[in-house]
Design a protein around this ligand. Structure first.
Ligand SMILES: Nc1ncnc2c1ncn2[C@@H]1O[C@H](COP(=O)(O)OP(=O)(O)O)[C@@H](O)[C@H]1O
Ligand SMILES: [Mg+2]
Length: 384
């Protein structure tokens, strides 16, 4: 007997020392027991919360003490009362309310096996406040990020106009359209101006693309795209660079008349970026292969080189903007680190699967697998 009294004392002592408010009502709504935290939370005295007090009496007291609930986390009024009733019926999970004084209280009520119920309540005001601050911070960050992207988009656009004049007129100059230069060096310099301008234009275009993507303005202009044609025009763009370094770029397209439902401009950008990388990171005299293959409805594009490769540590960062591998930095070759970022976004926009395999000193293979619905055959099936 003595022992069981001791156990009850231990329980009561423990209840008074937990951080939550705790109260039990019997099946008729009379208070059986509660702890100090319960009194503290609502400002009740010991006398006011003695055993046998009906919950309605406490309710009346709440009016005096201004313990007024103004709503729950989703709002107030009728809807709140409905949610509260629903909760009372099921007693599943917890119910969070806000008090008139600004405090947030979380209540967890459970029915007891012999009638009545137990309620555990805690003050989660600090948690709620932190949550609000976090949400606010996130919204601010998103706004700032959007403003940045819009700024880049506007700037890029403005920069392009004068650049076109620089590129256009430098090409007139280097071509000596209106008569030959008095010194051969002028010819060389005007060509340099033109090349630098073109490089800048590429960079600006990439920035503009990235900014457009980030502001969610990426839209596919899809049409049936002739793969052989697009590959050929990409090869033409790369040819001079490849020839300079005696790099052989070969193409395989199976079947030869392959076509794909895609945005031709973006598809070409993907291809030019990938083949451009393959050539840039090849050794002199190296080989690059472009392979298009239709198999089981799916179309895959593979661009393979036997060049310098990529160190393993860099692979997780490969699609992040402005990132370049240590190997690439050591080579001191031109680049912005935006190409693969764009390839990844454009490939995602086509719902294609992009993957990259690479080993330092052995070479790199980039593969893009387009979903079956992008093949011409499939599109025809749907049309009929
Ligand atoms: N074919 C490749 N071989 C070796 N490294 C590559 C290859 N393609 C991409 N990379 C690495 O990934 C980086 C990012 O590629 P990309 O975004 O196209 O940037 P960029 O070509 O402007 O350097 C490159 O700087 C390079 O380090
Ligand atoms: Mg690149």
């Amino acid at each position: 007997m003595l022992e069981s009294y001791a156990l009850e004392d231990v329980f009561l002592d423990a209840l008074d020392n937990i951080s939550e408010a705790f109260v039990i009502y019997d099946k008729d709504g009379y208070l059986t027991t509660c702890n100090n935290k319960f009194r503290e939370l609502y400002g009740y005295s010991k006398e006011q919360t003695k055993a046998g007090v009906h919950y309605r009496e406490l309710g009346a007291l709440d009016m005096v003490l201004d313990n007024v609930v103004v709503g729950d986390e989703f709002g107030s009024g009728e809807e709140y009362l409905k949610r509260k009733n629903e909760y009372r019926k099921k007693l599943k999970g917890s119910f969070i309310v806000q008090m008139k004084d600004g405090r947030w209280l979380k209540t967890t009520d459970r029915r007891l096996s012999k009638g009545g119920f137990v309620s555990v309540q805690s003050d989660i005001t600090d948690l709620k406040r932190n949550e609000e601050l976090l949400i606010q911070a996130k919204e601010n960050a998103e706004l700032a990020n959007r403003a940045k992207s819009e700024f880049i988009a506007n700037m890029s656009h403005e920069l392009r106009t004068p650049l076109n004049a620089i590129i256009g007129f430098s090409s007139l100059l280097s071509a000596e359209v209106y008569g030959s230069h008095s010194d051969v060096r002028y010819q060389e310099y005007s060509a340099d101006v033109g090349n630098a301008g073109s490089h800048l234009l590429t960079l600006i275009n990439e920035l503009l693309d990235l900014a457009k993507i980030e502001t969610g303005d990426i839209q596919l202009d899809e049409t049936s795209t002739d793969i052989a044609q697009i590959t050929k025009s990409c090869q033409t763009m790369i040819a001079a660079r490849a020839m300079e370094r005696n790099i052989n770029v070969s193409t395989k397209i199976i079947p030869a008349d392959l076509s794909l439902l895609a945005d031709p401009i973006k598809l070409k950008q993907i291809l030019v970026n990938l083949v451009g990388n393959a050539v840039k990171f090849s050794h002199d005299g190296g080989r690059v292969e472009i392979e298009w293959l239709q198999q089981n409805g799916q179309v895959s594009l593979k661009v393979t080189d036997e060049g310098v490769g990529i160190e393993q540590e860099f692979l997780p960062h490969i699609y992040q903007p402005f990132r370049r591998s240590r190997i690439a930095q050591n080579l001191q070759c031109e680049g912005t680190g935006l190409g693969l970022t764009l390839v990844k976004r454009f490939s995602d926009a086509h719902e294609a699967n992009l993957s990259l395999e690479s080993k330092a000193n052995e070479g790199t293979t980039v593969t893009i697998i387009f979903p079956a619905y992008r093949t011409e055959k499939y599109a025809e099936e749907i049309a009929s």
